[in-house]
Write a protein that binds this ligand. Structure first.
Ligand SMILES: C[S@@+](CC[C@H](N)C(=O)[O-])C[C@H]1O[C@@H](n2cnc3c(N)ncnc32)[C@H](O)[C@@H]1O
Length: 295
């Protein structure tokens, strides 16, 4: 599949890409659905989400920046990655310094969640991945971020591996995933048997500093019958890739052109023909998946 580039309408385009396009620049010139569905959109996620119509996605799966650089030493200030399993994060993201005053960070994330929630269909849900930590003796359990959103459940993602340089702490091995759900949201049959503690190893061969493991996102997407999946912090494109693998549509957004390119490179060559017609993203019949039982 070869897309035609709209050089006159968008600031740039790169060469031929088979399965996803990057749109840089003027979000307000993009048209829904054709410029969003199964595309990686380069921009600030709030700007891009604000341009999308309410109820246009069934599922949001995302991991925001954790504000890790705002740290007291119980994080990454020791310059070695400390307890954080992916020392690459010390360098931060390419276009986000991950170091906001805590209150600003909370306000920003609440605005992001508000937009995500607006974009959800009536039976949709958000899987919002974050990390709890203690800083200056205060527990940051992220309740200030998710306050007033309908949190239905917290899933523990247990990650294997990691190196602990800090003799004062046990090696941290888990993150949390908030399931924030509209009332009508339901899992597909048998998915509830996965339980609420999931073990997935870290992604080892991905140059992005904080990627999801593909299997984790396939677990989430495959536990729902969502047809269109949004990740407003899509990074290296894991949510898009997992959605494609399961025959679902995606919308991916990232502020970094570097990571957008990374995501597109991972998606190249994937077959979009199984997906619904972009002009009819709500087609019903294509996306029934069988959920495998746990080994
Ligand atoms: C934890 S990473 C997500 C990684 C992703 N789950 C993956 O598998 O590669 C967070 C991402 O948020 C992006 N980001 C930071 N600020 C953003 C913003 N305002 N709008 C969109 N993306 C942003 C960063 O560039 C980074 O790629």
């Amino acid at each position: 599949m070869h897309h035609t580039w709209h050089r006159d309408r968008y600031a740039i385009m790169s060469s031929s890409i088979s399965s996803a396009d990057i749109y840089r620049g003027f979000v307000n010139q993009l048209r829904y659905p054709e410029d969003y569905i199964n595309k990686i959109v380069h921009g600030d996620c709030i700007d891009v989400m604000k341009a999308l119509p309410s109820g246009c996605v069934d599922l949001v799966v995302t991991s925001p920046p954790y504000n890790l650089k705002n740290s007291t030493g119980n994080g990454m200030k020791n310059g070695r990655g400390g307890k954080w399993s992916n020392a690459a994060l010390i360098k931060g993201y390419s276009h986000h310094d991950d170091c906001m005053p805590h209150e600003d960070y909370v306000a920003w994330q609440r605005t992001c969640l508000t937009e995500m929630f607006r974009l959800l269909s009536d039976d949709g849900a958000i899987f919002y991945n974050h990390k709890w930590r203690v800083q200056n003796g205060l527990l940051q359990d992220r309740s200030d971020i998710v306050k007033d959103f309908p949190v239905r459940q917290i899933i523990i993602w247990r990650r294997k591996g990691g190196i602990n340089f800090n003799p004062g702490y046990f090696l941290p091995t888990y993150e949390v995933i908030y399931l924030i759900a509209k009332t009508k949201f339901r899992l597909v049959p048998k998915a509830n048997a996965y339980g609420d503690v999931w073990e997935f190893g870290q992604e080892m061969h991905n140059p992005h500093p904080a990627p999801f493991p593909v299997e984790l996102i396939e677990r989430i997407v495959g536990s729902t019958d969502a047809q269109t999946v949004l990740d407003p912090f899509v990074g290296s494109g894991t949510t898009a890739l997992a959605s494609l693998n399961l025959g679902r549509n995606f919308i991916g957004i990232d502020v970094s052109d570097h990571y957008c390119n990374m995501a597109v490179a991972r998606l190249m060559g994937h077959d979009l023909s199984r997906l619904s017609d972009e002009s009819k993203p709500k087609q019903n019949t294509l996306f029934n998946v069988d959920i495998e039982s746990e080994p």
